[in-house]
Design a protein around this ligand. Structure first.
Ligand code: NAD
Length: 530
């Protein structure tokens, strides 16, 4: 923290966590300020194409973050007491508010993140579906569950309860600034928690708009059920150390590791949704034009800035040439831009342009070839589609998350080789398989949190399916019943209903004759299996 910010601690400059609507500044043409976020008092978000200022917010420091968490803790009590039915009503009202304001909201998403309006609308649609699912299914997924007490505890009632944790800190990225944090926020709220949300420093206006809609839809709620704090990494780090009951983070793997290390100091549990290097397997019985269409879209949409976007393709050698020709064909006319004709938008985070360029150059230096685009496709703030072939598996373009509109394509001898290579990175987020006959069998062999068969990314749009990765892709799950349970504390309760005379095993009054009888029962029960 800088000295200026330390002084600010006595005079908080952060937006009050009252969820009052802060209108983003009208776009004005200004010189693009340096993209590198530095810890200053003001967080200024910019249109990634024009550099115009979208909005400005005071940066939250450790004190103001802690104040927000304290306020959330008070609000959490009332929110929990509303019960499933009350929370469902509030969440569904939030949805209706977001729908009513959809044009304004999607225009803001387009402006601050850069993605085309239609893509912004589809992102909002997915968030609405998840809010709805979480609201309607929380009671079923989290209601107290009676379980069998077992033979030796037959005089007990055994119940699993899943109360909320209290206050959940959510730290979000910029690439899907509504859909990704919503996967934690909607589920945490539906489970009965209050949430303090730190949006990405690249998309704070979107974060505020989303949270303000919740407050506007539910004016009777006290402030603090859903609060936004503003800032860069330091504000996120302050949230991790603020005493929240869980941190739900979506972002890069290196940041996820830092958060987990910091959370270890207080044993604060973490949910980490990190990076990916998703593979796409095409079997020789696949519908090749459909597979090419799915690769083109899942690799290039959102300018490749999709955690579950396709980055590597493994194609059976018998259909490799046909697939490559189809893919080249599908990518003709696919162009980034900022108008309504654009297939996808700019790179939201300027620093990512250099990473994407370096992956392309590394692949070419190691003997790869670009069959669509190349290094010249990087024309800030846009990157045209790039398809690389003959890229060694050890190259950065195959092993590291590129997060741009590029894809590597490799011919393989068959499914065994495809599966081995697909499983050959440290990541394990999602995957896609195209095969008419063997999709399920291939999917089961993939080390990933999710797989789509014969369609791109479809698991992400099915609210009941949990979402998350393994390995360097993260820990825990959002979405579905698992996603609700992530934000609860499992509480096991055993209640003795009656006393069985002479059977007090957990007491110093226990008799040896009782133990002798138990031994006989144990022999009968567990000793008969050869
Ligand atoms: P990032 O890791 O740079 O930042 C994510 C968030 O963490 C931001 O809000 C940032 O301010 C905050 N942060 C940074 N340092 C911090 C620290 N030390 N302590 C606490 N918070 C800190 O990621 P990004 O560039 O915003 O997002 C892109 C990444 O997110 C990609 O790797 C992508 O794959 C990943 N992602 C994953 C998923 C998923 O569901 N698995 C979804 C979307 C994006």
């Amino acid at each position: 923290m800088t000295e200026t910010q330390a002084t600010d601690a006595t005079e908080p400059t952060r937006t009050e966590p009252t969820q009052t609507k802060q209108t983003p500044a009208e776009p004005t043409q200004t010189e693009p300020t340096p993209a590198e976020p530095t810890q200053t008092e003001v967080l200024r978000s910019l249109d990634p194409v024009t550099g115009a200022v979208v909005g400005e917010w005071p940066v939250d420091n450790a004190d103001t973050v802690r104040a927000a968490v304290e306020q959330a803790r008070i609000a959490a009590e009332g929110w929990r007491e509303l019960g499933f039915a009350g929370r469902k009503k509030a969440l569904l009202r939030w949805n209706s508010r977001l729908v009513a304001d959809a044009d304004e909201f999607t225009a803001l998403i387009h402006r601050e993140n850069g993605k085309p309006l239609e893509d912004a609308y589809l992102e909002l649609l997915l968030a609405l579906e998840h809010i709805d699912w979480a609201a309607r299914n929380a009671e079923k997924a989290l209601a107290p569950e009676k379980v069998a007490p077992g033979m030796f505890m037959a005089n007990h009632e055994a119940v699993i309860e899943r109360p909320p944790l209290g206050v959940v800190g959510v730290i979000g990225p910029w690439n899907y600034p509504v859909y990704t944090p919503n996967g934690s926020i909607a589920y945490a709220l539906a489970a009965g928690n209050a949430v303090v949300f730190k949006p990405s420093e690249y998309t704070p206006a979107i974060g505020h708009y989303y949270a303000d809609a919740f407050a506007a839809a539910n004016p009777e709620l006290p402030p603090g059920v859903l609060t936004v704090v503003n800032g860069y990494g330091a504000t996120g780090a302050a949230l991790v150390e603020s005493g929240v009951d869980k941190i739900a983070f979506t972002g890069s793997t290196p940041t996820g590791k830092k958060i987990m290390a910091a959370a270890a100091a207080t044993l604060t549990p973490v949910l980490l949704e990190c990076g990916g290097k998703d593979a796409f397997i095409i079997a020789d019985d696949a519908d090749i034009p459909a597979a090419a269409d799915a690769v083109a879209w899942s690799a290039m949409a959102n300018s490749g800035q999709t955690c579950v976007g396709t980055e590597r393709v493994y194609v059976d050698e018998r259909v490799y040439q046909q697939f490559l020709a189809e893919l080249q064909n599908k990518l003709q006319g696919i162009e980034p831009g900022s108008d309504e004709r654009a297939s996808y938008g700019p790179m939201t985070m300027p620093a990512q342009l250099d990473i994407v360029r370096s992956h392309i150059e590394d692949a070419l230096a190691q003997g790869g070839r670009a069959v669509v685009g190349g290094p010249d496709s990087v024309r800030a703030p846009f990157i045209g589609p790039v398809v690389l072939v003959d890229t060694p598996e050890s190259s950065r373009a195959v092993q590291e998350e590129t997060f741009g509109p590029t894809v590597t394509v490799r011919s393989v001898a068959g499914i065994d080789e495809a599966v081995e290579l697909a499983n050959g990175t440290e990541f394990g987020l999602a995957s896609t398989v195209f095969s008419r006959q063997h999709g399920m069998a291939i999917a089961r062999r993939l080390r990933a949190g999710a797989t789509s068969i014969n369609a791109p990314l479809s698991f992400a749009a099915i609210s009941a399916l949990p979402f998350g990765g393994v390995g360097a892709s993260g820990i825990g799950r959002i979405h579905g019943a698992d996603g609700l349970r992530e934000f609860t504390r499992t509480h096991s309760i055993a209640r003795q209903r009656f006393v069985i005379p002479g059977m007090a095993l957990l007491s110093f009054s226990r008799k040896s004759s009782t133990v002798a009888m138990i031994k006989q029962i144990v022999r009968l029960r567990h000793g008969r299996h050869a």
